[in-house]
Design a protein around this ligand. Sequence first.
Ligand code: NYM
Length: 211
Amino acid sequence: NDRENCSRGALIVVEGLDRSGKTSQSCKLLSYLDGQGYSVESWRFPDRSTCVGEMISSYLTNKSQLDDRTIHLLFSANRWEKRSLMESKLKKGITLIVDRYSYSGVAFSSAKGLDIEWCKAPEIGLLAPDLVLYLDIPSEKAAERGGYGGERYEQLEFQKEVAKRYQILQDTSWKIIDACLPIEDVEKQMKELVVDSIVTCQKGKPLSQLW
Ligand code: NYM
């Protein structure tokens, strides 16, 4: 059927502070959509499986030191190396649920004091998400959830700075979800928003680019 042949998948991004629940909610979303018969994959950035990803992982786990701009560009390169695969999956009709994307890139690096416009520049031309689900949680609450692993950035004061940068980055593709609500409520809101977005993309909404 024609509609199915030419309809594309949706690019859904899940963002939020560390410990906001992104990863567990992304998993739930994946199994729900899968169960409903949607063609869907779950992705995450950084993708630590590539060479660039290994450098990032070693930086995050404090096994290596890198200059702030250098690591920023590596995070960006890690998205660029996946761009064409991302585009072909979407064009095949596969919806992607992506745990962190360019917004994390800009929010975390600019929270260190780098200029926000400088941080956004290397992201220009990456695919723009159709929907960004921002799991909103006060930094203190997130810290209380425990499980800050000892990775770089996982500190209360820094997360507060990151939260401020996320606020600046909000645009019309964002939906803010109160991540302090019960897990099931968060899940329900996310499902509804995602299904809406998938339908809009199926109806022919064009793919666009950042920023
Ligand atoms: N992070 C993630 C960045 O600083 N820049 C980026 O572009 C991305 C995608 O990496 N604290 C930071 C945010 C996280 C850390 O992410 C690792 P995760 O989701 O904990 O694996």
